[in-house]
Design a protein around this ligand. Structure first.
Ligand SMILES: *Cc1c(COP(=O)(O)O)cnc(C)c1O
Length: 364
């Protein structure tokens, strides 16, 4: 049987009737932008994450831009970001006119640490973006303690993860989520959110998502038109209560890989002490990653290499490298970009599927 990289359909099937009812009710209510569904979802997301405020926005990229603006990041400021991540992490900073300064990552967790951030700091550094990559929480409290700079947690891949009992989305000064359909909590279109314990920052975020206005009459900032819409919020309210069970399914899938003997064929990553990952993706490494991908494809297993061209090597980022003091040397990033193999994982991933993946690798 072919093994898909993601399975977003099977977990949704039992919820179909409820989703259709809630969507119909939202349509009948006739409120489509910033109505009761968004307000209720914001409260439920904040309660789940364990913070005082959640604000729905249009997507995870806007969430990063708006969070950085609300923190006070301006044109000309430097913001330290990882290079081994989805492009939007850096793009959202560049969109403000600020300079993304790329730093390396820890080999085992694939996340930035205080140690990898330090060489990227300058007197112009205004903030740090820590990505919880592939659903592994970054060691953000240690980064905040080390430098006293605000940390934006890009938790787009990490809803349902935690570090020392603190949920992803509550680890930094402000955090951002994406509800792109393939994410751990996926809408039926685009969506995003910002979470924080800082009430004043949350108010600035609320203004920025609506053209920089708090009352629709006075415009305080040049802002954005970036809202989560009522239909998406109505759907997300049905899905959010499933997130722990879905993440448990992902974690059971990773255990199935370990039990099936995956470590005999690929090098597995590690986790920081106290981390419970959400496993948006399950990513191992091999020196001949592309040969392993061919082997898997031949057996009907969908796998892929992620971020093969890391951000500090992307053409659009070249001007920012010059502004940030030249091309950085990021050896761990370059190695992981070349050697990573993302394997199938989902809330309903089975031991039989793990056995198939491992058998395909063993055939090589
Ligand atoms: C998906 C993702 C984003 C962007 O989210 P969109 O909703 O697609 O804009 C940002 N950062 C990371 C790490 C992501 O995985």
């Amino acid at each position: 049987m072919p093994v898909p990289l993601f399975d977003t359909k099977t977990p949704l099937a039992p919820l179909r009737e409820t989703i259709l009812e809630r969507v119909a009710a939202a349509i009948d209510a006739g409120r489509f932008i910033l109505g009761p569904e968004v307000a209720a979802f914001e409260q439920e997301l904040a309660a789940y994450v364990g913070v005082s405020h959640a604000v729905g926005v249009g997507n995870g990229t806007d969430a990063l831009t708006i969070a950085a603006r609300a923190l006070g990041v301006q044109a000309g400021d430097e913001v330290v970001v990882p290079s081994f991540t989805f492009y939007a992490t850096a793009e959202a900073i560049a969109a403000i006119g600020a300079t993304p300064v790329f730093c390396d990552i820890d080999h085992d967790t694939r996340n930035i640490t205080a140690e990898t951030v330090r060489p990227a700091l300058t007197p112009r550094t205004r903030a740090i973006v820590a990505v919880d990559l592939f659903g592994m929480p970054a060691e953000i409290p240690a980064i905040r303690d080390a430098f006293g700079l605000p940390v934006i947690e890009d938790a787009a891949q990490a809803l349902g993860a935690s570090l020392d009992g603190v949920r992803a989305g509550a680890l930094g000064d402000v955090a951002t989520f994406s509800f792109y359909p393939s994410k751990n909590l996926g809408a039926f279109g685009d969506g995003g959110a910002i979470t924080t314990d800082d009430g004043e920052l949350a108010e600035r975020v609320r203004a920025l998502r609506f053209h920089g206005s708090r009352d629709k009459q006075n415009f305080e900032y040049v802002g954005y038109n970036s809202r989560l819409d009522e239909l998406q919020a109505a759907i997300l309210r049905v899905l959010l209560p499933q997130i722990d069970a879905w993440c448990d399914g992902r974690r059971a899938g990773v255990q199935a890989y370990i039990d099936a003997g995956l470590a005999e064929h690929l090098t597995l990553g590690g986790a920081p002490l106290g981390a419970t990952p959400a496993w948006h993706l399950y990513v191992a490494t091999h020196p001949q990653a592309d040969a392993k991908l061919e082997l898997l494809a031949a057996a009907g297993v969908q796998a892929r290499g992620y971020y093969r061209l890391p951000l500090h090597r992307q053409p659009a980022m070249a001007p920012y490298l010059a502004a940030g003091g030249g091309a950085p040397e990021l050896p761990v990033t370059d190695e992981l970009a070349r050697t990573n193999v993302a394997l199938p994982i989902s809330p309903v991933f089975t031991r039989e599927q793990a056995d198939e993946v491992v058998a395909a690798l063993a055939a090589g």
